[in-house]
Write a protein of this length. Structure first.
Length: 301
């Protein structure tokens, strides 16, 4: 007796692929008004390749919107305060990318309170409960915490690096469910999340090999010095001195799985492009015939 294969949903961390395209493709790719569209071009090419390669029937793109009511800044006001604002020409292209998703019939979601990670986390939980297998398409290790079952994958598409639960543990040194704990201990400079000074990913994973969570570590600080690694007494002192930050940093690094967000599609099924919208958008983007043709002939699975 054979078991039915689960349907697979591809959940895309859009910003990474938009930023990559913005850096890779020349800004002489412009729309009919002369505005750069290099990021839109690269992102749309990525989406085409992904659909063509995987035959995806279920796909969604999560976007980071302006965080006017940020959940994480309520916890820590300096969260991501180190990041400069995106340039206007890129902000315009983010809007184009969302328009492209809609013309391509791909679900897109955003929130002014929650980040793309939280949208992906919430979609992953919902879809898993409905019997889906999940592939998280991202290069961000934070999202590896969402590889919640043996059927799930974290896929760094550009490097073609696809990890299951065991692969996540091999690459990052901790299980998927410990990624948030590791980042809570070590901090994350990209997001301006403070960590315990002197503790990086390697030391964090070493501690987590015995004490499985931040909460477990807080209950066993006095035992860290007994662990068999060099400098364990020093590490115990560091954790003891800075333990007050750990409940906060664990909240910051834990992806929300009950976020509220909006998008024009109610489900993540891909049923093909919206031809009228696609023609209109391609006209605005001043797209060539070859680019139009390949999208217009792209078939649903």
């Amino acid at each position: 007796m054979t078991t039915l294969q689960k349907p697979r949903a591809y959940l895309i961390d859009s910003s990474i692929y938009i930023f990559r395209a913005w850096h890779v493709f020349d800004d002489d790719i412009v729309d009919i008004d002369g505005n750069p569209t290099n990021a839109v071009y690269g992102f749309s090419e990525f989406l085409f390749e992904l659909i063509k390669r995987t035959g995806a029937s279920y796909i969604a793109c999560a976007f980071d919107a302006s965080q006017t009511d940020s959940y994480r800044r309520e916890i820590y006001t300096e969260y991501k305060a180190n990041r400069p604002p995106a340039p206007e020409e890129l902000i315009r292209q983010f809007d184009y990318c969302r328009q492209f998703c809609r013309a391509a019939g791909i679900a897109d979601y955003s929130s002014n309170r929650f980040e793309a990670d939280d949208i992906i986390g919430t979609l992953a939980r919902r879809l898993r409960e409905q019997g889906f297998a999940i592939t998280i398409v991202s290069a961000d290790k934070d999202l590896a915490q969402l590889v919640g079952s043996e059927d799930d994958f974290w896929w760094d598409y550009a490097r073609d690096n696809m990890l299951d639960q065991k692969g996540v543990e091999k690459q990052f040194g901790v299980r998927p469910d410990q990624i948030a704990d590791m980042l809570a201990l070590s901090g994350d400079k990209v997001d301006n999340i403070p960590g315990i000074p002197g503790i990086g990913y390697t030391l964090a994973s070493r501690i987590l090999s015995k004490y499985q969570t931040v909460e477990d570590i807080l209950e066993n600080i006095e035992h860290i010095s007994k662990m068999k690694f060099r400098g364990s007494a020093r590490v115990q002192n560091l954790v003891d001195e800075h333990q007050h930050i750990l409940p906060m940093t664990k909240k910051l690094t834990t992806i929300v799985t009950d976020a509220k967000f909006q998008g024009p599609k109610q489900d993540v099924s891909w049923t093909g492009i919206e031809e009228v919208l696609m023609h209109k958008l391609f006209d605005q983007l001043d797209a060539g015939d070859m680019r139009r043709k390949k999208w217009l002939t792209l078939q649903t699975p």
